[in-house]
Design a protein around this ligand. Sequence first.
Ligand code: ADP
Ligand code: MG
Length: 223
Amino acid sequence: KEKRLQHSEQLSVIGELAAGIAHEIRNPLTSLKGFLQLSATSNHGMYNHIMLQEINRINSIVGELLLLSKPKEMDYKPCNVMKIIHHVVTIVNTQAILYNIEIKTNYHEEIEELEVYCEENKIKQVFINLLKNAIEAMQKQGTINIYLEKNHQNVQITFQDQGKGITEEELQHIGKRFYTTKEEGTGLGLMICYNIIEKHNGQIHVESEIGKGTSFIVTLPVK
Ligand code: ADP
Ligand code: MG
Protein backbone atom coordinates (compact mmCIF):
# COMPACT_ATOMS: atom_id res chain seq x y z
CA LYS A 1 0.00 0.00 0.00
CA GLU A 2 1.53 3.23 -1.02
CA LYS A 3 0.36 6.69 -1.63
CA ARG A 4 2.34 9.35 -3.41
CA LEU A 5 1.68 12.65 -1.74
CA GLN A 6 2.59 14.94 -4.53
CA HIS A 7 1.31 18.24 -3.36
CA SER A 8 0.82 20.13 -0.24
CA GLU A 9 -1.74 22.76 -0.78
CA GLN A 10 0.10 25.88 -1.85
CA LEU A 11 1.02 28.47 0.71
CA SER A 12 -1.59 30.89 -0.57
CA VAL A 13 -3.39 28.57 1.80
CA ILE A 14 -2.36 30.96 4.57
CA GLY A 15 -5.27 33.26 3.82
CA GLU A 16 -7.69 30.36 3.75
CA LEU A 17 -6.03 28.99 6.84
CA ALA A 18 -7.06 32.02 8.85
CA ALA A 19 -10.74 31.23 8.39
CA GLY A 20 -10.18 27.59 9.25
CA ILE A 21 -8.14 28.47 12.29
CA ALA A 22 -10.79 30.76 13.69
CA HIS A 23 -13.18 27.86 13.40
CA GLU A 24 -10.81 25.30 14.90
CA ILE A 25 -10.04 27.50 17.87
CA ARG A 26 -13.66 28.43 18.38
CA ASN A 27 -14.71 24.78 18.77
CA PRO A 28 -12.63 23.99 21.83
CA LEU A 29 -13.36 27.46 23.22
CA THR A 30 -17.09 26.85 22.95
CA SER A 31 -16.80 23.53 24.72
CA LEU A 32 -14.60 25.10 27.41
CA LYS A 33 -17.22 27.74 28.00
CA GLY A 34 -19.91 25.08 28.29
CA PHE A 35 -17.94 23.02 30.78
CA LEU A 36 -17.13 26.09 32.85
CA GLN A 37 -20.80 26.94 33.02
CA LEU A 38 -21.54 23.38 34.12
CA SER A 39 -18.81 23.53 36.75
CA ALA A 40 -20.36 26.68 38.16
CA THR A 41 -23.47 24.69 39.12
CA SER A 42 -21.93 21.29 39.92
CA ASN A 43 -18.39 21.62 41.16
CA HIS A 44 -17.23 18.00 41.12
CA GLY A 45 -14.32 18.94 38.93
CA MET A 46 -15.33 16.12 36.64
CA TYR A 47 -14.85 18.17 33.51
CA ASN A 48 -11.41 19.39 34.43
CA HIS A 49 -9.55 16.85 32.31
CA ILE A 50 -11.66 17.68 29.26
CA MET A 51 -11.06 21.37 29.79
CA LEU A 52 -7.34 20.73 30.09
CA GLN A 53 -7.38 18.70 26.90
CA GLU A 54 -9.13 21.48 25.02
CA ILE A 55 -6.74 24.08 26.34
CA ASN A 56 -3.81 21.91 25.24
CA ARG A 57 -5.32 21.63 21.79
CA ILE A 58 -5.66 25.38 21.44
CA ASN A 59 -2.12 25.74 22.67
CA SER A 60 -0.73 23.34 20.05
CA ILE A 61 -2.71 24.92 17.24
CA VAL A 62 -1.41 28.35 18.13
CA GLY A 63 2.12 26.96 18.52
CA GLU A 64 2.20 25.39 15.07
CA LEU A 65 0.72 28.51 13.54
CA LEU A 66 3.37 30.68 15.07
CA LEU A 67 5.98 28.55 13.35
CA LEU A 68 4.12 28.90 10.06
CA SER A 69 3.69 32.62 10.24
CA LYS A 70 7.31 33.44 11.02
CA PRO A 71 8.67 35.84 8.41
CA LYS A 72 10.15 34.05 5.43
CA GLU A 73 13.89 34.27 5.88
CA MET A 74 14.67 32.37 2.69
CA ASP A 75 17.98 31.23 3.99
CA TYR A 76 19.07 28.36 1.77
CA LYS A 77 22.54 27.03 2.52
CA PRO A 78 24.44 23.80 1.95
CA CYS A 79 23.82 21.67 5.03
CA ASN A 80 25.19 18.34 6.15
CA VAL A 81 22.28 15.90 6.32
CA MET A 82 23.81 13.66 9.00
CA LYS A 83 24.37 16.66 11.25
CA ILE A 84 20.74 17.68 10.92
CA ILE A 85 19.59 14.14 11.71
CA HIS A 86 21.84 13.89 14.76
CA HIS A 87 20.61 17.22 16.04
CA VAL A 88 16.96 16.31 15.54
CA VAL A 89 17.35 12.89 17.16
CA THR A 90 18.88 14.51 20.22
CA ILE A 91 15.88 16.78 20.57
CA VAL A 92 13.26 14.08 20.02
CA ASN A 93 15.02 11.52 22.22
CA THR A 94 13.82 13.32 25.34
CA GLN A 95 10.27 12.36 24.34
CA ALA A 96 11.16 8.89 22.99
CA ILE A 97 12.81 7.86 26.25
CA LEU A 98 9.51 8.33 28.09
CA TYR A 99 8.07 5.43 26.05
CA ASN A 100 11.21 3.28 25.93
CA ILE A 101 11.51 3.98 22.24
CA GLU A 102 14.95 3.76 20.67
CA ILE A 103 15.74 5.87 17.62
CA LYS A 104 18.36 4.20 15.41
CA THR A 105 20.11 5.91 12.54
CA ASN A 106 21.32 3.66 9.70
CA TYR A 107 23.66 4.88 6.96
CA HIS A 108 26.74 4.16 4.89
CA GLU A 109 29.95 6.08 5.36
CA GLU A 110 29.51 7.95 2.08
CA ILE A 111 26.42 9.63 3.50
CA GLU A 112 28.41 11.36 6.22
CA GLU A 113 29.61 14.08 3.88
CA LEU A 114 26.37 14.52 1.99
CA GLU A 115 25.00 18.04 1.76
CA VAL A 116 21.64 19.39 0.69
CA TYR A 117 20.86 22.94 -0.22
CA CYS A 118 18.20 23.84 2.27
CA GLU A 119 16.81 26.04 4.94
CA GLU A 120 18.15 24.13 7.90
CA ASN A 121 15.55 25.10 10.48
CA LYS A 122 12.69 24.23 8.18
CA ILE A 123 14.12 20.79 7.39
CA LYS A 124 14.66 20.21 11.09
CA GLN A 125 11.03 21.11 11.67
CA VAL A 126 9.97 18.49 9.11
CA PHE A 127 12.09 15.74 10.65
CA ILE A 128 10.93 16.62 14.16
CA ASN A 129 7.28 16.50 13.07
CA LEU A 130 7.75 13.09 11.43
CA LEU A 131 9.57 11.69 14.46
CA LYS A 132 6.96 13.05 16.86
CA ASN A 133 4.22 11.41 14.81
CA ALA A 134 6.18 8.14 14.86
CA ILE A 135 6.47 8.25 18.65
CA GLU A 136 2.80 9.13 19.03
CA ALA A 137 1.84 6.20 16.77
CA MET A 138 3.86 3.76 18.90
CA GLN A 139 3.40 4.94 22.48
CA LYS A 140 5.18 1.83 23.66
CA GLN A 141 8.56 0.19 23.61
CA GLY A 142 10.05 -0.28 20.17
CA THR A 143 12.44 1.08 17.61
CA ILE A 144 12.20 3.91 15.14
CA ASN A 145 14.66 3.36 12.32
CA ILE A 146 16.00 6.20 10.24
CA TYR A 147 17.62 5.12 6.97
CA LEU A 148 19.72 7.48 4.91
CA GLU A 149 20.46 6.49 1.34
CA LYS A 150 21.86 8.20 -1.69
CA ASN A 151 19.85 7.58 -4.80
CA HIS A 152 21.16 9.25 -7.98
CA GLN A 153 21.08 12.98 -7.30
CA ASN A 154 18.83 12.58 -4.28
CA VAL A 155 19.15 11.73 -0.67
CA GLN A 156 16.37 9.54 0.66
CA ILE A 157 15.58 9.69 4.35
CA THR A 158 13.18 7.07 5.70
CA PHE A 159 11.51 7.34 9.08
CA GLN A 160 10.22 3.86 9.86
CA ASP A 161 8.12 3.28 12.95
CA GLN A 162 6.51 0.25 14.55
CA GLY A 163 3.29 2.06 15.30
CA LYS A 164 -0.33 1.28 14.65
CA GLY A 165 -0.19 2.09 10.96
CA ILE A 166 -2.47 4.21 8.80
CA THR A 167 -5.62 2.87 7.17
CA GLU A 168 -6.27 3.35 3.48
CA GLU A 169 -9.09 5.71 4.35
CA GLU A 170 -6.83 7.80 6.61
CA LEU A 171 -4.12 7.87 3.94
CA GLN A 172 -6.49 9.86 1.72
CA HIS A 173 -6.71 12.60 4.32
CA ILE A 174 -3.37 12.93 6.06
CA GLY A 175 -1.61 16.18 5.23
CA LYS A 176 -4.88 18.04 4.78
CA ARG A 177 -5.03 20.88 7.24
CA PHE A 178 -6.72 20.04 10.52
CA TYR A 179 -7.02 16.35 9.67
CA THR A 180 -6.11 14.52 12.85
CA THR A 181 -7.06 11.24 14.53
CA LYS A 182 -5.64 12.35 17.88
CA GLU A 183 -7.57 13.77 20.78
CA GLU A 184 -5.10 16.60 21.20
CA GLY A 185 -3.87 16.69 17.61
CA THR A 186 -3.82 19.79 15.42
CA GLY A 187 -3.64 18.17 12.00
CA LEU A 188 -1.12 20.82 10.96
CA GLY A 189 2.16 18.91 11.31
CA LEU A 190 2.09 17.00 8.03
CA MET A 191 0.62 19.87 6.08
CA ILE A 192 3.60 21.95 7.14
CA CYS A 193 5.98 19.10 6.25
CA TYR A 194 4.57 18.79 2.72
CA ASN A 195 4.80 22.53 2.18
CA ILE A 196 8.41 22.73 3.29
CA ILE A 197 9.57 19.68 1.31
CA GLU A 198 7.80 20.88 -1.81
CA LYS A 199 9.60 24.21 -1.53
CA HIS A 200 12.87 22.29 -1.46
CA ASN A 201 11.91 20.43 -4.66
CA GLY A 202 11.59 17.22 -2.71
CA GLN A 203 8.88 14.67 -2.12
CA ILE A 204 7.28 12.71 0.69
CA HIS A 205 5.95 9.18 0.24
CA VAL A 206 4.13 7.09 2.78
CA GLU A 207 4.01 3.32 3.14
CA SER A 208 1.99 1.77 5.90
CA GLU A 209 0.74 -1.55 7.16
CA ILE A 210 -1.89 -1.73 9.89
CA GLY A 211 -0.51 -3.11 13.12
CA LYS A 212 3.03 -3.18 11.76
CA GLY A 213 4.05 0.39 11.21
CA THR A 214 4.57 3.27 8.87
CA SER A 215 7.41 4.68 6.82
CA PHE A 216 7.60 8.30 5.77
CA ILE A 217 10.16 8.63 2.99
CA VAL A 218 11.56 12.08 2.32
CA THR A 219 13.49 12.66 -0.90
CA LEU A 220 15.65 15.76 -1.28
CA PRO A 221 17.99 16.78 -4.07
CA VAL A 222 21.64 16.77 -3.02
CA LYS A 223 23.68 19.91 -3.50
P1 ADP B 1 -1.37 15.53 14.38
O1 ADP B 1 -0.08 14.82 14.72
O2 ADP B 1 -1.55 16.78 15.15
O3 ADP B 1 -2.56 14.62 14.43
P2 ADP B 1 -0.27 15.52 11.72
O4 ADP B 1 -0.55 16.36 10.52
O5 ADP B 1 1.11 15.48 12.20
O6 ADP B 1 -1.27 16.01 12.85
O7 ADP B 1 -0.77 14.05 11.42
C1 ADP B 1 -2.08 13.85 10.90
C2 ADP B 1 -2.55 12.43 11.13
O8 ADP B 1 -1.79 11.53 10.35
C3 ADP B 1 -2.39 11.93 12.55
O9 ADP B 1 -3.46 12.33 13.37
C4 ADP B 1 -2.37 10.42 12.35
O10 ADP B 1 -3.67 9.91 12.20
C5 ADP B 1 -1.68 10.28 11.01
N1 ADP B 1 -0.24 9.95 11.14
C6 ADP B 1 0.80 10.76 10.93
N2 ADP B 1 1.97 10.13 11.12
C7 ADP B 1 1.65 8.87 11.49
C8 ADP B 1 2.43 7.70 11.82
N3 ADP B 1 3.77 7.72 11.83
N4 ADP B 1 1.75 6.56 12.13
C9 ADP B 1 0.41 6.54 12.13
N5 ADP B 1 -0.37 7.60 11.82
C10 ADP B 1 0.24 8.75 11.50
MG1 MG C 1 1.84 15.54 14.27
